[in-house]
Design a binder for this molecule. Structure first.
Ligand code: ARG
Ligand code: ZN
Length: 889
């Protein structure tokens, strides 16, 4: 843990570095208890900055020697920095020798051990835990790295770039030397020394260049690497085809490690991945896992250009690479599917994630702009706002300049900035400059408020039809709520994709007053003032507006549509996103009504019939049906309320689920029977959609049986669980049993554990399923607490810790928010325990309480007390301290 408390770092305080490090030569003598690092740097003064001491960052290092041009010099260590005065005016060599203890590194930042091997994670500030350095992204150096280690324990020695030399050493050791020709910031450094095997494939790129692709895993996992390799090959091809960006390396490696704080890391040429985003075979991974692997492999690969070739000037610009790269991985996954409806399914899933994670963040104590103004611990700002809202900002740029215009903008961005460390402003400027006359170029200064203003804008829409004039007037207005440090907001540029739908479901031609002719049946209105009016003309019938199609901007829309309008959109909207949204809104209206009034929920025939006709629809995709028939989550419902009683929300949502189960019983039976996938497993979207719908049907059928006590469906479900030939079906059946509290659930859980005891990622699912199960009489919470002492549970492995804690504290509001406050005690205890092991992870868990101020009593007071208990702990990391301080502010 770091000593002392760290100050607030401010964006406006940025200054260029006083020195440049042009090249680094690192030698590692790897030993779990004591690794020796010899670091030789070529350093020169930055003439643009006033002469001053050189201050190198370091953390938890033992310093043994410092030489300048080969001579020992005087130095001091101050605030964890190595400080050198009186340095030569001309470029010089600086050699620093340190040791560190990888096996004691439980934070998993810097150099650490996992499963008997060595791995690194340097973003954002982990490199300083390996050696003293200017550990900031605007200092870029070429790296040459020599690894020495025991040859039997660590047969594979990897670092960035190209392998230039290898051989044996005395004492059973061997070595390898790697050279990375591309200058890079320290956060992109990586090394691996472990006992691994690899799947490899040579590919020839469009350019004709040959590349070697490798996926490294532990010996038993080779049969789970095919999908990751295929995803990598598809990523290379996609970036060439869509953006003309080809792989700039002879060799591109992915390494899987089971102890990892995040999803994966884009180190130059040596991506290091959480095993969760590499390993998959049909028996152990679900369709969702396959999709996650595809998008994370794509994401890290795409960083090679957006992140590595052009990197961030400082960490406030994190969204420059993350927002853009999330946008790119979303587009990649959409482009891999061919039907428009499968693209829409992916878009709906992405928006659901945004609303479930980013919207609450933007409304809570951690709200911050996409480009933050300050932080205490940068690791706390790898957030849904920087990533997912950042991706929406890039998507809006593409909407405003068109797909081709956006590609031109990317080309200009690389022409201008390849090899540089730049800012979000540089990116927006390039996209705008490549598209003169576009709405983005015209309103660029206002558009950039998306980078500087926190909070989700609220958009009001009011329409009025004038039958005599045959016009429809749409008035759009926008408003921003205060957020921490930002009491007032100015208008944003909000692209509103829209259409007008007539009474027979026809899509009406869109002609604004003053235009000679209609411009198609869909267009993008660009709201850039507080209030704007649009008058559509030539309309013989009163339309229903379909606004914000495809979720064209990350805003909260209040469109004042009636139930009848929503039913109309659900039946006829050509935009699948809005069709889904209409279905969700119909459900929301009913559920929120019951939650607010305290009256019993009764799902009316109109709603039930609408759901039945979606379910039975002859042409809609199964995947889309599954999304429509899934009710808004308890978390999303909570976000719509002024005051939140999590137990009431759960009660009402469960009542709705039961009514859907009963009213549509025969339809669920039909859906289950008719959506069986035959033949071998394939994760393609059509088969995955069928499995998703069949699993939803099964969940409803078991739920229905839980009140009729009819044993047929639980029995069939148990049989399906046993006979399943893939994890999606097996987990779907298990989940149906567990969530309906069927008697057979216990036997199934035991059997599942016995079958997969040696598959860590599957055991994670086993914990998560139990901790996220639908709460009933406190049984789920009691079970989760018991699972803490299960022999397979551990806080040291982040995936395992998350499988239980995240599932309970984030994904299961009804089990977590208890009137006896036991959930909050559980939370505080885990945060404190984790903080001593892994502050980054502890700070993530700490955020489960972000929205405590929204809670009704007695939850609210109990929550405050629990947060205060954590905050009162003296020896708290900066990571957790920043989160709880903001929560209490
Ligand atoms: N850049 C990585 C990505 O692909 C995330 C690494 C974050 N690591 C951290 N310690 N905060 O998104
Ligand atoms: Zn990323």
């Amino acid at each position: 843990m770091r000593e002392g408390s760290s100050p607030l770092i401010r964006r406006e305080d940025y200054t260029a570095p006083a020195y440049w490090i042009r090249s680094v030569d690192l030698t590692f003598d790897l030993d779990p208890a004591k690794t020796l690092v010899v670091n030789r740097m070529q350093v020169e003064r930055n003439p643009a900055v006033a002469a001053q001491a050189l201050r190198l960052d370091g953390e938890e290092l033992n310093l043994t020697r410092v030489l300048v041009n080969g001579d020992s010099v005087s130095f001091r260590v101050e605030n964890q920095q190595l400080v050198l005065d009186n340095l030569p005016e001309t470029p010089f060599t600086l050699e620093v020798r340190t040791t560190c203890a990888p096996e004691k590194n439980t934070q998993l930042s810097g150099l650490y051990t996992s499963g008997g091997g060595f791995f690194t994670q340097c973003e954002a500030e982990g490199f300083r835990r390996i050696t003293y350095f200017l550990d900031r992204p605007d200092v870029m150096a070429t790296f040459s790295v020599t690894l020495k280690a025991d040859a039997t324990k660590y047969p594979v020695l990897l670092s960035n770039g190209n392998l230039v030399e290898q051989g044996t050493l005395d004492g059973g050791k061997h070595y390898a030397k790697w050279v990375d020709p591309h200058p890079k910031p320290s956060y992109l450094f990586a090394l691996v020394a472990a006992n691994l095997v690899c799947r490899e494939q040579k590919i020839r790129a469009r350019s004709g260049r040959e590349h070697l692709l490798q996926v490294y895993v532990r010996a038993g996992d080779l049969d789970k690497t095919e999908h990751a390799m295929n995803s990598l090959i598809a990523s290379v091809a996609w970036d060439e085809a869509r953006f003309g960006l080809s792989l700039d390396l002879d060799r591109f490696m992915i390494v899987a490690v089971s102890d990892f704080n995040m999803g994966a890391m884009e180190n130059k040429g040596l991506n290091i991945f959480n095993t969760k985003y590499v390993l998959a075979n049909p028996a152990t991974a679900t369709d969702a896992d396959y999709a996650g692997i595809e998008s994370v492999v794509g994401h890290e690969y795409f960083h090679n250009w957006t992140g590595n070739r052009i990197t961030c000037r400082d960490w406030f610009q994190l969204s420059l690479k993350e927002g853009l790269t999330v946008f790119r991985d979303q587009e990649f996954s959409q482009d891999l599917v061919h039907s428009p409806s499968a693209r829409a399914v992916k878009r709906i899933e992405d928006v659901r994630t945004l609303r479930q994670h980013q919207f609450p963040e933007d409304a809570g104590p951690m709200a911050h702009p996409v480009r933050p103004d300050s932080y205490v611990e940068i690791n706390n700002f790898y957030t849904a706002t920087v990533y997912d809202k950042g991706a929406e900002v890039v998507r809006m740029m593409q909407t405003l300049v068109g797909r081709d215009g956006f590609a031109r903008g990317m080309t200009l961005y690389f022409q201008r900035h390849d090899g540089q460390a730049v800012t979000c402003d540089d990116f927006a400027q390039a996209i705008a400059d490549a598209n003169p006359g576009s709405a983005l170029a015209t309103h660029l200064a206002i558009f950039k408020r998306w980078y500087s203003q926190a909070g989700t804008p609220r958009v009001q829409a009011r329409g009025h039809y004038n039958a005599d004039a045959r016009t429809y007037t749409l008035e759009l207005s926008q408003q921003g709520l205060p957020s921490p440090g930002q009491p007032t907001k100015e208008p944003w540029v909000i692209p509103v994709a829209m259409g007008l739908i007539g009474p027979r479901g026809e899509h009406l031609p869109l002609q604004l007053v003053g235009e000679d002719a209609p411009v198609g049946t869909e267009r993008v209105l660009v709201l850039h003032e507080e209030r704007q009016r649009y008058e559509f003309t030539g309309l013989d019938v009163e339309p229903v507006p379909s606004l914000l199609r495809g979720f064209s901007a990350p805003v909260l829309l209040e469109d004042h549509l009636s139930d009848a309008d929503l039913l109309h959109l659900l039946a006829h909207d050509a935009d699948p996103f809005n069709r889904w949204e209409a279905g969700q809104r119909l459900a929301l209206n009913r559920l929120l009504g019951a939650i607010r009034t305290g009256q019993a929920l009764h799902l009316d025939a109109a709603y039930i019939e609408a759901m039945r006709s979606v379910l039975r629809h002859p042409t809609l995709d199964a995947a889309f049906k599954e999304l429509v028939l899934t009710l808004p989550s308890e978390g999303y419902l909570a976000e719509q309320l002024e005051e939140v009683d999590p137990q009431r929300i759960h009660q009402v949502r469960e009542a709705a689920r039961l009514q859907l189960a009963q009213a549509l019983h025969h339809d669920w039976e039909w859906a289950f029977e008719t959506h069986q996938v035959r033949g071998g497993y394939s994760p393609d979207p059509v088969s995955a959609g069928q499995r998703a719908l069949a699993n939803l049907a099964l969940a409803y059928l078991c739920l229905g049986a839980s009140v009729t006590h009819d044993p047929v469906w639980p029995g069939r479900t148990y049989q399906r669980f046993k006979d399943a030939t893939n994890m999606t079906d097996r987990l779907g059946a298990l989940s149906a049993l567990v969530n309906s509290h069927a008697e057979l659930a216990e036997a199934a859980l035991q059997r599942f554990h016995a079958l997969f005891r040696d598959e860590a990622l599957v055991i994670d699912k086993w914990f998560a399923l139990q901790a996220a199960a639908s709460e009933k009489d406190g049984r789920v919470f009691a079970r989760a607490r018991q699972l803490l002492s299960h022999p397979d549970f551990s806080l040291r492995n982040p995936n395992r810790a998350r499988s239980l804690i995240t599932a309970l504290c984030f994904m299961n509001p009804a089990a977590f928010h208890r009137t006896d406050a036991a959930g909050y005690v559980f939370w505080a205890d885990r945060v404190l325990e984790l903080d001593a092991i892994n502050p980054q992870l502890a700070a993530r868990v700490a955020r489960a309480m972000d929205r405590w101020k929204q809670l009704a009593e007695p939850y609210r007071s109990a929550a405050r007390e629990a947060i205060a208990r954590v905050a009162a702990r003296a020896e708290l990391s900066n990571d957790v301290r920043e989160i709880v301080t903001r929560a209490l502010a």
